[in-house]
Every structure is written in structure tokens, then in C-alpha cells.
Design a protein around this ligand. Structure first.
Ligand code: APR
Length: 255
């Protein structure tokens, strides 16, 4: 009989002292934020080359801003779900706990996670294309926002295709992965680099990889356990099993 991946994941967590979570758009799907490559995801309705590249912004900044303005407005209406909140609780159970996310929605922070590495920036951040001006809010900046300091265009504070990640972000992520005992990969199609390489890095350092995703991905073959369900239920069930194990051990061992 196939081992229960929920139980397997919980046993790995119960024996870990350093855990990394690597989350993608599937983590936010159950908060109502569309993913990118699923059937009704963003890239099935919009062309990333026209909306999520520096060239697209240079060519038609107002069109790019219209798309991000709609996403920012939608973000103001969504909330973290029980899975986000459980991950925030897990942070205090072990000495090392890092959330590395490709998501730009800030939901891990809003759920209470503190040690969060945002590889692709934040939708609620805007910055000047020219000077050092940067601001974080979800105000409606209008159709063609310009920098209050130098007057040049403001752009969304997210990483576009072909751009470098925020300074130090990937170094922080790889440092955490290199020392972790368990990496849990949640809700990512595992096709965008360099985030997708974290699972291989973990496995190469002897860490155990767990995947939470209803679908199989290129990461699945690296996983010690694959939980084929939605992330909110999976995280809540893993949490219950972990708490059960910890009760028999007389408390959380990692901490
Ligand atoms: N729970 C868990 N996983 C889910 C759920 C859910 N409820 N719903 C969907 N998924 C999974 C899908 O099966 C898919 O594997 O989430 C994954 C979403 O994949 P993508 O849409 O490709 O999102 P992601 O992997 O985060 O994309 C990476 O691509 O376009 C860029 O910058 C963008 O950060 C994004 C990056």
C-alpha cells in the first residue's frame, strides 16, 4: 500500500530543525488570486510579452499599468487563507524557518510570516524607472503614474521576464535551502528559473523535498512525498499530523 504523503510530510517536519517553504501562485489560488499557467490563469488570457517585460513597458507603459492597476485593485480584496496562517505558526516551531515565494501578493506577510524572501518583488510596491524613489501602498495611482521626485515613469515593483531578481533575494533563498532538512514546494509549476532550481539544490544537499500540488510538475521526481491536493487542506492536514506526532514525542523537537 502507498504510504500516506500527509503522514510522510509530518514525520519529516517533526524531525527537522530547519525548514524552507517554496511557494508559487497555487498557494494564493485558494485566496482567489489567479495562477499563471493553469487553464484560466493569467497567461491563458493575457500575453506576458505585452505586459510583463521591460520592452513592453517602454513600448506601452499605460497599457502595462492598466493591467497592474487591475491586479493591485484585486489584491486589496483578497485575504490569506488557513494555509498561509498555518505556515506563519510553523515559523516559531523550529530554529530555522524560511518562506521563499515567487508570489507578489504579500499574503505570507499578511498571514504573519516574518522570514519571507520575495523573489519576484511586490505588487503593492511601485518604483521610479530613473531615480531611487520607491513606495509601498495599494493606492490607485491613475493610468500613467509619474515619479513625484524626478517626474519619470513609475513602474510596478515586480520582476519582469528577463530581469534580475531583487538584490540578495536568491542568495538568501539558496543559503536557507543549503542548510535546510526539509523543503516543501507548494503550488508552483516549477518552470520558472531560478526559483525552480531550489528543489534540485535541496535534494543535492541531502534535504528531503515534499511537493504540495494537485498536478505533477518537473519537481515531482525530486520529491520524497507528493501531496496531490489543494494547498490549504494539505497544510492543515500536515499540521494536524505533525502536532499529533509532537504530542507523542513530548513537544516539537526542532525548537
Ligand atoms: N493548491 C496547490 N497548488 C495549486 C493550486 C492549489 N489550490 N491550484 C493550482 N495549483 C498549482 C498548479 O497545478 C500549478 O502547478 O499551482 C501551480 C501554478 O503554476 P503557475 O501558474 O505557473 O505559477 P508559478 O509556478 O508560481 O509561476 C512562476 O511565473 O509568470 C511567472 O512571475 C510569474 O511568479 C510567477 C512565475
Amino acid at each position: 500500500m502507498e504510504p500516506d504523503p500527509i503522514r510522510q510530510a509530518a514525520e519529516l517536519l517533526a524531525g527537522a530543525s530547519s525548514i524552507v517553504i517554496s511557494s508559487g501562485a497555487g498557494m494564493s489560488a485558494e485566496s482567489g488570486v489567479p495562477t499563471f499557467r493553469d487553464e484560466n490563469g493569467y497567461w491563458s488570457r493575457f500575453n506576458p510579452a505585452e505586459l510583463a517585460t521591460v520592452a513592453a513597458f517602454r513600448k506601452a507603459p499605460a497599457r502595462v499599468w492598466e493591467w497592474y492597476r487591475l491586479r493591485r485593485q484585486a489584491l486589496a480584496k483578497v485575504e490569506p487563507h488557513a494555509g498561509h496562517r498555518k505556515l506563519a505558526e510553523w515559523e516559531s516551531r523550529v530554529p530555522g524557518f524560511t518562506v521563499v515565494t515567487q508570489n507578489v501578493d504579500g499574503l505570507h506577510h499578511r498571514a504573519g510570516s516574518r522570514n519571507v524572501v520575495e523573489l519576484h518583488g511586490r505588487l503593492d510596491e511601485v518604483r521610479c524607472v530613473h531615480c531611487a524613489f520607491v513606495r509601498r501602498d495599494l493606492e490607485d495611482l491613475g493610468a500613467e503614474p509619474h515619479c513625484p521626485t524626478c517626474g519619470d515613469w513609475l513602474r510596478p515593483g515586480v520582476v519582469w521576464f528577463g530581469e534580475m531578481l531583487p538584490t540578495g533575494a536568491f542568495e538568501q533563498a539558496t543559503a536557507a535551502v543549503e542548510r535546510c532538512d526539509v523543503l516543501i514546494v507548494i503550488g508552483t509549476s516549477g518552470v520558472v528559473q531560478p526559483a525552480a532550481s531550489l528543489a534540485e539544490l535541496a535534494a543535492s544537499h541531502g534535504a528531503k523535498v515534499v511537493e504540495i500540488n494537485p498536478a505533477e510538475t518537473p519537481i515531482s521526481s525530486l520529491a520524497h512525498a507528493c501531496v496531490r491536493s489543494g494547498c490549504r487542506d494539505a497544510i492543515v492536514e500536515i499540521d494536524a499530523a505533525w502536532c499529533g506526532i509532537s504530542r507523542t514525542l513530548g513537544g516539537f523537537q526542532g525548537g
